[in-house]
Ligand binder design. Structure first.
Ligand SMILES: *[C@@H]1O[C@H](CO)[C@@H](O)[C@H](O)[C@H]1NC(C)=O
Ligand SMILES: *[C@@H]1O[C@H](CO)[C@@H](O)[C@H](O)[C@H]1NC(C)=O
Ligand SMILES: *[C@@H]1O[C@H](CO)[C@@H](O)[C@H](O)[C@H]1NC(C)=O
Ligand SMILES: *[C@@H]1O[C@H](CO)[C@@H](O)[C@H](O)[C@H]1NC(C)=O
Ligand SMILES: *[C@@H]1O[C@H](CO)[C@@H](O)[C@H](O)[C@H]1NC(C)=O
Ligand SMILES: *[C@@H]1O[C@H](CO)[C@@H](O)[C@H](O)[C@H]1NC(C)=O
Length: 350
C-alpha cells in the first residue's frame, strides 16, 4: 500500500465495517484498535479543536466527519472553509472547525495507521445553541371577562425550559411553568406586563407582552360643594376606566360646555373639574357628571350649594372660604359654641 489515497479509502471502509460491528481483518498479522474520547461540547459559533495523538512510526493518518474524510495527512479533502489544519507532527494531529453549527454535531474519527496496526479514535461533538424565543403572543387588548391565552415558544439546544410570570404590577403572582399562560375570565387587576423566559445551560432569552384589560367606567360618589356668592367654586368628578373615560357635565338635563357662562371644564386623565369663576345665584343647583368609554358609562351628581358668608364671626372664620358641605356646617357650629363659651366666661367674671 504505497498510495495514501488507497490507504485512506481502505481506512474509511474499515471504519464503516467497525461501525457495523463486523470483524475487520488487516493484512498480515496487524491489529486494529478503537478508542472513544470524551464528548466535546461546544457552543454554536465557537471553534472546536479535534486532536489525536500520533506515534513516530505512523505512516498515514486522517480525520473523518462521519464517513467522509476531512484531512488525509496534511491534504485537505473537505471543501468546507471552516475546517483547517492546526498541527501535524510526530505527536499530534489537530484540526479545527470554526463557527460550529448544529449540523456539525456528530461523530468525528481520527484514523491512524502504523506499520503494524490501525487505530481509530472517535469523538462525539455536541453543539449547544442558546435559547431563542421564536414565537410570542403580541401585546393584547381584551375586555374584562375574556379568556386570555398567551403563548411563547423557543428553540435551543438542549431544549430550553419556558416559563411565564407577571412582572408588573409586582403585587400580582401569576406564573406558568410552560409555554402557555391561561387566564380565564380576566379581571382588570390582571392587566400588566407579562414576561416569558426561555432558559437552557447556555443562556436565557426574555421577552415581554403587555396585557390591557378594558372596562366600563365607575365614578366615585360626588362630593357636594358649598360656595359663597361671588367666589370661585370647583366641582370634581373622578372616573376609573380603561380606555380612559370622556366626561360630560349636565345641569339637570342641559349639557354644559367649556367656556360657557364663566365656566371652565378641564379633564386630566381620570379627573374632570368644573370651575365657576364667580358663583352667581343661578349657579346653585344639581350637576351631573357622566363618564363614558366604549364599554359603557357611569354618572354621579354633585350639588353646588350656597354658603352664607358669616358676618358675626368674621374674626374666627375669615371671609369667602370655599368649603365642602359638611365641614362648612361643622365650622358654623364650632364658632357658635365658641361665642356661647365666651359669653358665659364674661358673665361669670362679673
Ligand atoms: C456522548 O454523547 C452521546 C450522544 O449525545 C451520548 O449518548 C453519550 O452518553 C455521551 N457520552 C458521554 C461520555 O458523555
Ligand atoms: C459533517 O457532516 C455533516 C453531514 O454530512 C455536515 O452537515 C457538516 O457540515 C460536516 N461538518 C464538517 C465540519 O465537515
Ligand atoms: C371562557 O372559557 C370558559 C371555559 O372554557 C367558557 O365556558 C367561556 O364561554 C369562555 N368565555 C369566553 C368569553 O370565551
Ligand atoms: C362676580 O359677578 C358679580 C355679578 O355679576 C359682579 O358684581 C362681581 O364684580 C363679579 N366678581 C368678580 C370677582 O368678577
Ligand atoms: C340630582 O340629579 C340626579 C339626576 O337627575 C338625581 O338622581 C339626584 O337625586 C339629584 N340630587 C339631588 C340632591 O337633588
Ligand atoms: C345615570 O346612571 C343611571 C343608572 O346608574 C341611569 O339610569 C341614568 O340614565 C344615568 N344618567 C345619565 C345622565 O346618563
Amino acid at each position: 500500500m504505497k498510495n495514501p489515497l488507497c490507504w485512506v479509502i481502505l481506512t474509511g471502509v474499515a471504519f464503516l465495517l467497525i461501525q457495523q460491528g463486523l470483524p475487520v481483518y488487516s493484512q498480515g498479522d496487524s491489529q486494529s484498535d478503537n478508542k472513544v474520547m470524551d464528548n466535546i461540547t461546544v457552543r454554536q459559533g465557537e471553534t472546536v479543536f479535534l486532536s489525536c495523538s500520533q506515534g513516530d512510526v505512523v505512516t498515514h493518518s486522517a480525520w473523518l466527519n462521519r464517513s467522509s474524510i476531512m484531512y488525509a495527512g496534511e491534504d485537505k479533502w473537505s471543501v468546507d472553509p471552516r475546517v483547517s489544519l492546526v498541527t501535524l507532527n510526530q505527536d499530534e494531529f489537530t484540526i479545527k472547525i470554526e463557527n460550529v453549527d448544529m449540523t456539525d454535531e456528530g461523530q468525528y474519527i481520527c484514523a491512524v495507521q502504523t506499520r503494524s496496526r490501525a487505530t481509530t479514535t472517535s469523538v462525539h461533538v455536541i453543539v449547544q445553541v442558546p435559547p431563542k424565543i421564536t414565537s410570542l403572543s403580541k401585546d393584547i387588548v381584551v375586555n374584562e371577562g375574556s379568556n386570555v391565552s398567551l403563548v411563547c415558544s423557543a428553540s435551543g439546544k438542549p431544549d430550553p425550559s419556558v416559563s411565564w410570570k407577571i412582572i408588573s404590577p409586582a403585587a400580582q403572582s401569576l406564573t406558568s411553568e410552560d409555554e402557555f399562560l391561561e387566564i380565564p375570565s380576566v379581571s382588570r387587576q390582571r392587566a400588566g406586563t407579562y414576561e416569558c423566559t426561555a432558559m437552557n445551560d447556555v443562556a436565557t432569552d426574555v421577552q415581554t407582552v403587555e396585557l390591557t384589560v378594558n372596562y366600563a367606567p365607575t365614578v366615585s360618589d360626588g362630593k357636594d360643594v358649598g360656595v359663597t356668592l361671588g367666589q370661585q367654586g370647583v366641582l370634581q368628578c373622578e372616573a376609573d376606566a380603561v380606555p380612559p373615560a370622556d366626561f360630560e357635565w349636565y345641569r339637570d338635563d342641559r349639557r354644559i360646555f367649556n367656556g360657557f357662562d364663566g365656566i371652565e371644564i378641564e379633564d386630566s386623565g381620570a379627573l374632570s373639574k368644573l370651575t365657576f369663576f364667580n358663583v352667581s345665584e343661578g349657579d346653585y343647583g344639581n350637576y351631573t357628571c357622566v363618564a363614558i368609554n366604549k364599554l359603557g358609562s357611569a354618572n354621579t351628581s354633585v350639588v353646588l350649594f350656597e354658603v352664607i358668608e358669616p358676618t358675626s364671626s368674621t374674626l374666627l372664620q375669615g371671609p369667602g372660604a370655599v368649603q365642602d358641605g359638611n365641614s362648612a356646617s361643622r365650622a358654623g357650629h364650632t364658632s357658635t359654641c365658641l361665642l356661647v363659651l365666651l359669653a358665659l366666661q364674661l358673665l361669670l367674671k362679673f
